[in-house]
Structure formats: structure tokens, C-alpha cells
Design a protein around this ligand. Structure first.
Ligand SMILES: Cc1cc2nc3c(=O)[nH]c(=O)nc-3n(C[C@H](O)[C@H](O)[C@H](O)COP(=O)(O)OP(=O)(O)OC[C@H]3O[C@@H](n4cnc5c(N)ncnc54)[C@H](O)[C@@H]3O)c2cc1C
Length: 502
């Protein structure tokens, strides 16, 4: 066993999409920095970022009804949808930069064009969807969105969903062809392959066991080399906790005051996957419905065409559930071990407030396969039980904290960057909109943690992400330009030739 301390400028914990993105951004900005990555599993992108563990939606607010809400006066608030869309445009620009610079190749292996649709049933919901469409269609970010409540049009858009429906059913949908299916697992693996060619030390089967602050302000790590069965000791000036559900424990260990009074609430997920390729071929879209009353926003049901393992697939879900694990490969003690003296009142307050959610999750967990099939039949009335299997998806650890608006113990459904005042450590908590916003969220980490460099780095950031620092809604002239250039680079437009590298 060696007690030698190994020094890095940057340590990234976890080989998911977030560390992949931050590492790639930093390598472009400061190629000389020594970056080391620790991942406890044997490959990159095996937890939430894996293609089977998330829904692969390039969240651009083109179909997710939970990003738009109805105001008391009946009008529709689309501000969150605009923000999510602008964030996704930043991710698309960075991926395009990587392809155009030949740093990653064959974008069709991680991103495919796919219509995004919202679908609702019932008179009131149809009225809501129409109003929402009218509010969005005038915005250039959502150009090309169509609405229909005409059964003949809907049969063309979604034949599988429209088959065997009563003729008098109130049903309507919006459709926009510029949506995407993103294989975040494939993208994560591509980015780590690229990083390894850039002298980034990616250590798989290395579990970070503990983290503590050194007297000089740097961070010290005890890392378990699982293959070599030995401990290693590492130090770094900057550390990013990109450990997904594992980040909260590490943040708590760091002892930074910003990490106190925060708890985590794990929500598990299940998808149903279709085994009959003939059925799979009858659908070509991501179709998002409306969340059931009491359901958390991330369990909006959707029927998705997916591209996984070079094959077109059809998935439905996610069904939410409860498991005390913070990672799919985590421990049943994760939730208990996350309870600390500083967050116990926050957690207890959330427990009281979120009784309805807990009840909902337990009910979801208890559903039989046939009950899940009944939910699927709201989308595909002809779905046959024997043609669908259940797959277990990833864990999402929702942040619980005290907020001014929500009070003590408020459950957050977004993504949160928690960083120390001196910028030496940052953690990513939460999971929505998730991987789609990896680029803007990691740019936020860079801005918060490297304020002394940001001016000098800005020209390079703008070269990679032309809309960086600008609000697209205020620069509509840029929107068309960005849509065209990203579609061209990523091969998303049928009319534009795909730029493939050899
Ligand atoms: C059911 C579900 C559906 C989703 N759908 C979508 C979607 O449609 N679109 C979207 O954009 N996002 C979606 N998301 C969210 C998205 O998957 C996550 O936001 C994203 O993958 C998180 O990436 P990450 O890098 O933070 O974490 P992860 O991918 O979980 O990676 C963390 C890594 O850290 C490692 N690790 C943990 N602890 C340690 C340790 N102590 N030492 C070393 N390594 C460690 C883990 O093994 C893991 O590999 C979904 C998530 C779920 C669960």
C-alpha cells in the first residue's frame, strides 16, 4: 500500500454526463490542467446517464406540459419553457462544436431527430392545450409547432395511439418536428473516450471514500482502488462532485456550510419496453401526456420512440416509486445515512408536507403489471400485456431544503449547483431537466468556481457556444442561425447533409 499523495488541478468524482461535460469544457479552456476522474463502476455512464436509466428526451420544452402552467386569469405562463429551451440550445451548440472540431464523431450515435408531441384527453385539457399552443407558437423558439384535434390528422401523426378509440373521444395533440432523442449514455462514453485522448486520467473501479479540506485550502481524498484492493490518496485544488445520487453524501462530508440543511429524497423509476418490433415501427415520436393529480412532475407519462443499441425501441413510463437508495447501485442505508443533525428538521418538515407524495409513490410501487398496462392503454388502447416488459430505470434524488417561497423542508424538482464560497468545490444535486442541461449547468459551475478566469475564457466559450451569455428570446435573429447550424452539425435535418467524420 502506498501513502503517496497524488496531485491534480481538478478532480471530478463520477463518470456521468455532468463530469464528462465539465471535463470536456475545462480541457478546451485550459488544456494544461491535470484532470483526474474517479468512477466506482467499471465504465462511464452506467448510472442515471445510462440510456436505459433515463428517458433520453432532449428537454427543450417542446412537449413537456409541466414546463407551462395556467395562471389564475386563464392565460399560460411559458417562461419556464423558454428557459429550458434556451438551455438546451446551449447544449446543442456545444455538441455541434465538438463534432465540427472532430473531437467526437458520428453524432447519430447519440442524437436523433424525433417529433415531440403533447397529447391530452378530455374537453378541459383540450382547451388548455389549444391555449398553450397559441401562447407558444408566436415565440420563435417554438417555431413549427402544430396543433390538431382532428381525428384524421391525429391518425396520421400517431396511428398507434389513435387505433380503436371511440369516435367521440375528446383528444388533441401538438407536434413539433425539431425534437430529439438523445442517448446520454452513448454521449457520456464518447466524451470520456475523448478525454482519455487528452491526458485526462480516468480511473474506473475507484470509489471515493472520503473527502476533507487541507490546511492550504485544497481537498484531500481517500480513494479505494476496487481492483487493486488498495487505498490511494489524492489532492486537488478544485473538485466537482458529479456523483449523481452519491453527491449529497460527499457534499456532507466536505463540511462546507453551503452543504448544510439540505436533504435528499430518492424517487425510483420503471419503464415498460415493447418486445414486438411490428408495434415499435408503428410509432415515431415522443408523446408526453398530463401528470395525474398528486404525481410529481417527473412522472408525467410518455410514450417514446428511442434509439438504443442501434435499434428503434418503444418505451412507456416512467412509473415512479420509492427506494431508499440514492444510486441504482447504491445501498438501502443511503437515505438513513443522509440524515444529519443539521438537516433533520428540514427532512422532518418535508416528511409532513409531502405525505401525499409518499402515498402516491408507495401506491405506484405496488402497481401490478396489469395495472401498469391499464395506464399504458390510455396511450395505446390495443396494447397487449405479453408484448411489454418492465425495466428498472435510474434513481433521482430530489433536493429538500428550506426556501423563502416554500418554507421549511421544501421538495425541489430542479437541478441545483451547490458550491463553496471560495469556489474550490461544487456539487450537482437534483435531476431535472437533467442531462439535457448539462452544458449550461456546467458553465454555471465554471462561472461560480473560476471567477478569476472567466473574462479570459469568455472568447473561447463564445466560440464553442455562440449564444453564451445572451438570452435567445431577446435575440430572435440568432435563433434561426443556431437551429440551422446545430441541425447541420448534428445531422438533425433531413434536408442538410450530415457531417460525419471518418
Ligand atoms: C427515470 C429517469 C428519467 C430521466 N429522463 C431524462 C430525460 O429524458 N432527459 C434528461 O435530460 N434527463 C433525464 N433524466 C436525468 C438525467 O439522467 C440525470 O440528470 C443525469 O444523467 C445525471 O448525470 P450525472 O452525471 O449527474 O449522474 P450519473 O449519471 O448518475 O453519474 C454519477 C456517477 O458517479 C458515480 N459515483 C457515485 N458515487 C461515487 C463515489 N463515491 N466514487 C466514485 N464514483 C461515484 C456513479 O457510479 C455514477 O457513474 C432522467 C433521470 C431518471 C432517473
Amino acid at each position: 500500500m502506498s501513502n503517496r499523495e497524488i496531485k491534480s488541478d481538478v478532480i471530478l468524482i463520477g463518470a456521468g454526463i455532468m463530469s464528462a461535460t465539465l471535463g470536456t469544457l475545462l480541457k478546451e479552456l485550459v488544456p494544461d490542467w491535470k484532470i483526474t476522474v474517479f468512477e466506482k463502476l467499471e465504465k462511464a455512464g452506467e448510472e442515471s446517464s445510462n440510456e436505459w436509466n433515463n428517458a433520453g428526451t432532449g428537454h427543450a420544452a417542446l412537449c413537456e406540459l409541466n414546463y407551462t402552467s395556467e395562471k389564475p386569469d386563464g392565460s399560460i405562463n411559458i417562461s419556464k419553457a423558454i428557459k429550458v429551451n434556451e438551455q438546451f440550445q446551449e447544449s446543442m451548440q456545444f455538441w455541434s462544436y465538438l463534432v465540427n472540431s472532430n473531437l467526437i464523431r458520428n453524432p447519430q450515435d447519440f442524437i436523433m431527430p424525433l417529433p415531440h408531441m403533447s397529447m391530452v384527453q378530455g374537453e378541459d385539457n383540450v382547451k388548455f392545450l389549444k391555449k398553450r399552443f397559441e401562447a407558444m407558437t408566436n415565440n420563435p423558439l417554438f417555431k413549427g409547432m402544430e396543433f390538431s384535434d382532428d381525428p384524421e390528422t391525429l391518425k396520421k401523426w400517431i396511428p398507434l395511439i389513435m387505433e380503436d378509440r371511440p369516435a367521440d373521444e375528446h383528444i388533441a395533440a401538438t407536434k413539433i418536428d425539431s425534437g430529439t432523442d438523445v442517448n446520454f449514455g452513448a454521449l457520456t462514453r464518447m466524451l470520456f473516450d475523448h478525454l482519455q485522448t487528452q491526458n485526462v486520467d480516468v480511473e474506473y473501479k475507484h470509489n471515493v471514500e472520503s473527502i476533507k479540506r487541507n490546511k492550504d485550502g485544497s481537498w484531500a481524498f481517500k480513494v479505494h482502488d476496487l481492483d487493486g484492493c488498495k487505498m490511494e490518496y489524492h489532492t486537488a485544488k478544485f473538485v466537482f462532485l458529479g456523483a449523481g445520487g452519491g453527491s449529497l453524501h460527499l457534499l456532507q462530508q466536505s463540511g462546507i456550510p453551503e452543504g448544510k440543511h439540505i436533504g435528499g429524497f430518492p424517487i425510483s423509476g420503471l419503464f415498460m419496453v415493447c418486445k414486438n418490433q411490428e408495434v415499435v415501427e408503428q410509432h415515431h415520436a415522443k408523446v408526453y401526456g398530463k401528470a395525474k393529480v398528486g404525481a410529481p412532475p417527473m412522472s408525467v407519462p410518455h410514450l417514446d420512440t428511442r434509439y438504443i443499441d442501434n435499434k428503434k425501441s418503444l418505451l412507456f413510463g416512467p412509473f415512479a416509486g420509492f427506494s431508499p437508495k440514492f444510486l441504482k447501485t447504491g445501498s438501502n442505508m443511503d437515505l438513513i445515512f443522509s440524515v444529519k443533525p443539521h438537516n433533520i428538521t428540514t427532512l422532518l418538515a418535508a416528511g409532513v408536507k409531502e405525505m401525499a407524495l409518499t402515498k402516491y409513490l408507495i401506491q405506484q410501487l405496488m402497481l401490478s403489471k396489469e395495472q401498469r398496462m391499464e395506464e399504458l392503454r390510455e396511450f395505446i388502447p390495443t396494447a397487449k400485456s405479453e408484448e411489454w416488459d418492465i425495466v428498472v430505470a435510474g434513481q433521482r434524488v430530489q433536493v429538500i431544503k428550506d426556501t423563502e417561497a416554500g418554507g421549511k423542508g421544501t421538495l425541489q424538482f430542479g437541478t441545483e449547483v451547490v458550491s463553496a464560497a471560495d469556489g474550490s468545490i461544487a456539487a450537482l444535486l437534483g435531476a431535472s431537466p437533467g442531462a439535457s442541461t448539462a452544458v449550461p449547468v456546467m458553465l454555471e459551475v465554471i462561472k461560480k468556481c473560476f471567477p478569476e478566469h472567466i473574462k479570459e475564457w469568455e472568447p473561447k466559450i463564445k466560440e464553442m457556444i455562440p449564444s453564451y451569455g445572451m438570452s435567445l428570446r431577446e435575440h430572435p435573429e440568432l435563433i434561426d442561425e443556431i437551429h440551422t447550424s446545430t441541425a447541420q452539425a448534428l445531422g438533425l435535418s433531413q434536408n442538410l447533409p450530415l457531417q460525419t467524420a471518418d
